[in-house]
Design a protein around this ligand. Structure first.
Ligand SMILES: Cc1cc2nc3c(=O)[nH]c(=O)nc-3n(C[C@H](O)[C@H](O)[C@H](O)COP(=O)(O)O)c2cc1C
Ligand code: SF4
Length: 404
């Protein structure tokens, strides 16, 4: 894999990681740091692609003695493991990004929330926080400046919905991981009702990296709507699953699968979930789509969490649908009736399809209606996305066809 951007400091220790981004940021005014994030047009890497600079602006504009930065490392989406890569291998860069964010938005307290199963990542971040505190890179007067920042690590307890930023805030507060009604947005009233910036691990790492350079080098990479590079995790039926970094717009889905992931295992490609199991599938005729936010949206899918899952023709598609449905049925927090009951009913319908050996003529129509109802009532993005891949697989491969 070409080392383009984020992997440049791979494997560095506290003795040779230079914290260049942080050094530079602390010599700039907070407003200049913020400007740099905006100029580089960084979009959030946690799934929604919201521009980081705009979110930072909201938090910076809030007048409050106490503000927080929260780094979202929950990464519960099946097939997504690019944040784990960063947490395990580039912990200083992740923490550096959190401190820079704190400096820019005037927050002196931070939390990093990591998925409970990520033992190695938790160890890596815990040790790094300790080492950085010893070297005065965390705590009071960072690098001799007047800026101080405290960072705490929170270990998640394994609920997918806690990746949603408001559920995550509840979880940090020791409450049940249920999402909150928005507004107010976390930027206004987040952790302990204080203005809070929530960003993904990769988003903050990218920002630490761009701060190193005088030029806005991110602008020279990617496309106008998808600047820079992206880490993606590829899994499923490929020969070389793993985490890869690519420049936006430079490779199509097919090239990613063949040139990076070593091609499809088995007798050929069936379909791809380009951004995790909450995204619509893209099928063989869409494989030339360049990997950018805008091009994937054109296909009706999305880049999602950056977790690409490749499925070969040899797989039993209905059992994959069942597997996805089990996940969403078990992980719904249950607050919104249509999300809770809708996902349960879809699961029952899929069980019946499997036992009958066919997809009934009205089944897909009913699932479409359930999806619509969930979409109207869902409090968080879980509900909106929970039926995407299920319905798109059924529509593409089973609508008006008998399954035997
Ligand atoms: C059910 C659900 C799970 C989510 N899981 C994650 C996650 O694991 N990591 C993450 O960064 N964002 C996740 N998000 C998105 C967050 O709510 C939020 O948008 C993100 O952390 C903001 O960071 P960003 O702007 O840097 O992308 C999830 C959202 C939903 C609805
Ligand atoms: S949409 Fe689903 S997961 Fe989200 S709050 Fe409602 S019930 Fe919970």
């Amino acid at each position: 894999m070409e080392k383009i951007f984020l992997k440049t400091d791979f494997g560095k220790t506290i003795d040779n990681y230079e914290f260049l981004g942080l050094n530079k940021a602390l010599r700039m005014k907070p407003s200049e740091v913020l400007e740099k994030v905006k100029e580089n047009c960084i979009r959030g890497r946690g799934g929604a692609g919201f521009p980081a600079g705009i979110k930072w602006d909201f938090v910076a504009a809030e007048k409050s003695e106490i503000k927080f930065v929260v780094c979202n490392g929950d990464e519960g989406e099946p097939g997504t493991f690019k944040d784990r890569f960063l947490l395990e291998n580039l912990p200083f860069k992740v923490i550096e990004g959190i401190i820079i964010a704190g400096y820019a938005v005037d927050a002196r307290y931070g939390y990093i929330y990591i998925r409970g199963e990520y033992e190695k990542a938790i160890k890596s971040i815990r040790e790094s926080i300790h080492k950085m505190t010893e070297r005065k890179l965390l705590g009071k007067s960072i690098l001799g400046s007047s800026f101080g920042f405290e960072l705490k690590l929170i270990r998640g307890a394994g609920a997918y919905v806690c990746g949603d930023e408001t559920s995550l805030l509840n979880s940090i507060e020791g409450k049940r991981g249920l999402s909150r009604i928005k507004p107010p947005l976390p930027a206004k009233e987040g952790l302990y009702e204080k203005p809070t910036l929530v960003n993904n691990v990769e988003t903050l790492s990218v920002i630490a990296e761009i701060l190193k350079y005088d030029q806005n080098i991110y602008l020279s990479l990617g496309t106008p709507k998808s600047r820079g590079t992206k880490l993606l995790s590829i899994s499923g039926d490929v020969k070389n699953p793993g985490v890869y970094e690519i420049e936006f717009g430079k490779m199509s889905i097919m090239q990613i699968i063949n040139d990076l992931a070593g091609g499809v295992k088995g007798s050929g490609l069936g379909f791809v979930m380009p951004g995790g199991i909450a995204t619509n599938i893209i099928s063989d005729e869409q494989l030339d789509t360049p990997y950018t936010y805008e091009d994937l949206e054109q296909t009706g899918s999305s880049l999602g969490s950056g977790g690409m899952i490749v499925v070969s023709k040899d797989r039993d598609y209905l059992s994959i649908v069942k597997n996805i449905s089990d996940f969403f049925m078990n992980e719904t927090c249950g607050t919104c009736f249509p999300c809770r009951e809708g996902n349960r009913n879809i699961n029952k319908m899929i069980d019946k399809m499997i036992s009958d050996g066919k997809v009934g003529s009205q089944d897909i129509e009913i699932i479409r209606e359930i999806k619509q109802a969930i979409g109207l009532a869902a409090r968080c993005g879980f509900g909106q996305a929970s039926v995407n891949s299920i319905l798109s697989i059924l529509e593409k491969y089973f609508e008006k066809k008998v399954y035997v």
